[in-house]
Design a binder for this molecule. Structure first.
Ligand code: MF3
Ligand code: CO
Ligand code: CO
Length: 264
């Protein structure tokens, strides 16, 4: 069944998403000790690729529109879709790692922020606001609310902290497919957009910039960066709408979704 083009999943489908989401989250926990100055993003990606196999899943990103890696790793002013490579992490770098796995046909998609070495005050603020923006968006979710309500909650929180919400990328429906309707905007007006219903599965994945919201995509056709070179952060969960709210499918098994970092 669909509503306004958005699939309404059945009660039993939640278990498939729970299992896929748990593995994406476990891999994001596993990678924490690797994130130190000196490691390359390709090394982190190879570790993730091995974990994807070890846990009996497959990578949703390898082969997706020609993408060849098990993760996207987006450092500092990279907004999203950073391609793992030979670049070594430096002290104070902040990075988003985004992993999507497939288990029994279900897609688990999550990303979070990491820090190499010591965290600066302004990076800490950016990461905190971005994390809280995602969680405020998630708290909005329940049947009868609209996608515009989610976007508005995120946008007003972020702009209240004098930061900006990226418009060029959005969250998405998912389930037995990677990217499905609707586009989940991280900005908007209350009461607009489709009405949330029990059984809708989607991601919320706000990208927040310290400077202006505009992005550009580099000549590799993937890497998106802030036009003004300001720092950018992102957190992502896959969720399902329940009768009275939502279930987060990609909760960290170790409670490490927003870890504490060594301070500068
Ligand atoms: N995981 C990303 C998302 O949140 C999509 C990555 S597509 C890739 O939707 F090809 F760049 F990996
Ligand atoms: Co996503
Ligand atoms: Co993702």
């Amino acid at each position: 069944m669909t509503r306004e083009g958005i699939r309404i999943h059945e009660a039993g489908d939640f278990e498939g998403m729970r299992r896929a989401g748990a593995i994406a989250a476990r891999i994001l926990d596993d990678v924490i000790p690797l994130v130190e100055p000196g490691i390359t993003t390709a090394e982190i990606d190879k570790f993730i690729e091995a974990k994807v196999t070890e846990y009996g899943t497959t990578s949703a990103t390898i082969g997706y529109k020609g993408y060849q890696h098990a993760s996207c790793i987006s450092i500092n002013h990279v907004v999203c879709h950073g391609i793992p490579g030979d670049k070594k992490l430096k002290d104070g770098d902040i990075l988003n790692i985004d992993v999507t796995v497939i288990l029994d046909g279900w897609f688990g998609d999550s990303s979070r922020m990491y820090v190499a070495g010591k965290l600066s005050r302004k990076s800490e603020r950016l990461i905190q606001v971005t994390h809280d923006a995602l969680m405020i968006g998630i708290e909005t979710v329940k049947p009868g609310k609209t996608f515009g309500d989610i976007g508005h909650a995120i946008q007003s929180f972020v702009e209240g902290h004098r930061m900006s919400v990226v418009r060029d990328f959005c969250g998405h429906g998912l389930g037995r497919v990677f990217h499905a309707p609707p586009n989940v905007l991280h900005y908007g007006r209350p009461g607009t957009g489709a009405v949330l219903e029990e059984g809708m599965f989607f991601t919320i994945e706000p990208m927040v910039n310290l400077g202006r919201p505009e992005t550009k995509t580099l000549s590799d056709d993937w890497t998106a960066v802030t036009r003004d070179k300001s720092l950018s952060a992102q957190f992502e969960h896959s969720i399902g709408v329940t009768a009275d709210g939502c279930e987060i499918f990609t909760l960290s098994p170790g409670g490490l979704f927003h870890p504490t970092y060594p301070q500068d």
